[in-house]
Write a protein that binds this ligand. Structure first.
Ligand SMILES: C[S@@+](CC[C@H](N)C(=O)[O-])C[C@H]1O[C@@H](n2cnc3c(N)ncnc32)[C@H](O)[C@@H]1O
Length: 311
């Protein structure tokens, strides 16, 4: 087996929140609305008391750690942010410090992360599948993946992921894309573009491994059961983004929508076999125009799951 490159990030000044980091920050309010409340209530019920060890994979900026503190689901313990993107982890320090300062919560830099109130946040820079190939000390009490499992090869990584948990440990897998994207007003090219976009997801390779499945949500029901960890609760967590009556999008959600359109463009612009470049350009121009006018509505169907590891 190859040596797995896993390193603890050294603390250095974070950058301004731009690019992908800004997209993840903008996504926060969209996720806040979307996360399934029944599944969340079950997570709250299952959450170990005291100072749990939480591992979040594909954690990005660390917005979920902040949300769980805000929502009173965690207050103390250790929270590991694991991500393959070193720049994002660097940004997470600044983002979490700003978040804590805005709430009057004390935060202090640590050699490998950040103390936020009573929560010790540790940053781990690693690619997930590689990380799972080697043992990593104490297992976690809680395992979280938000908007991540549709970016990895779930059948390949799920058993290793669940092995990161103590016996009976809790998983919460949320915002798992499930094959349906809707833009309103409708456009004659919508079906062709979405089909092509889903094909791109299904064929995506990252870090030399299959990295995506457009029907991740629905497949997880049986994948979790087959891994011996059937869901105790599941429910939809659709993203629904629209302008307010004054024609503006909430918070930074116009940027979120621009990022979604840019992602679709990035996936399809070199695939004239799937969508004619002129058609893609027309479709995008119309969507950007609707966005500027506050007319664009975006809905993405997703599913959340909570349960316990069996072993
Ligand atoms: C859509 S973002 C979600 C980030 C965060 N969970 C959130 O909801 O804001 C997906 C994250 O997963 C990370 N990621 C994707 N594939 C990964 C892999 N194979 N190993 C580790 N991280 C990965 C990306 O770097 C990115 O930060």
């Amino acid at each position: 087996m190859d040596t797995v490159r896993t390193e603890v990030i050294s603390v250095r000044p974070a950058w301004a929140v731009t690019g992908y980091a800004r997209y993840l920050a903008a996504k926060t309010t969209v996720d806040d609305r979307a996360l399934n409340r029944q599944v969340l209530a079950e997570l709250r019920r299952l959450m170990p008391a005291g100072t749990p060890r939480v591992l979040e994979v594909g954690a990005g900026l660390g917005t979920m750690a902040a949300r769980l503190l805000d929502w009173g689901i965690i207050s103390a313990g250790e929270y590991v942010l694991l991500d393959a993107d070193r720049q994002l982890l660097d940004c997470s320090l600044r983002w979490l410090r700003d978040w804590a300062a805005a709430r009057g919560v004390r935060s202090d830099l640590l050699p490998d992360g950040l103390q936020v109130g009573d929560l010790r946040v540790r940053l781990v820079h690693a690619e997930l599948a590689g990380y799972l190939e080697v043992a990593h000390g104490e297992p976690a009490d809680v395992l979280i993946a938000n908007a991540v499992l549709d970016l990895v090869d779930v059948p390949a990584v799920l058993p290793g992921l669940l092995r990161q948990l103590v016996p009976g440990g809790v998983y919460w897998f949320t915002i798992n894309y499930d094959g349906e994207t809707i833009f309103e007003p409708g456009h004659p090219l919508d079906d062709q573009i979405m089909q092509a976009y889903h094909c791109d997801m299904d064929e995506r390779i990252r870090f030399g491994r299959p990295a995506g499945e457009s029907r991740t949500g629905r497949l997880l029901f049986h994948q979790l059961r087959d891994a011996g960890a059937p869901a105790l609760a599941a429910g939809s967590s659709d993203w629904v983004v629209h302008a307010t009556p004054d024609g503006n999008y909430l918070a930074d959600e116009a940027y979120f929508l621009r990022s979604i359109l840019a992602t679709i463009r990035g996936a399809l612009r070199h695939r004239p076999d799937r969508v004619e470049p002129a058609d893609l350009a027309d479709w995008l121009a119309e969507r950007y125009r609707q966005l500027a006018a506050g007319d664009l509505v975006y809905i993405a169907h997703q599913l959340d799951f909570v349960g316990r590891s069996a072993h």
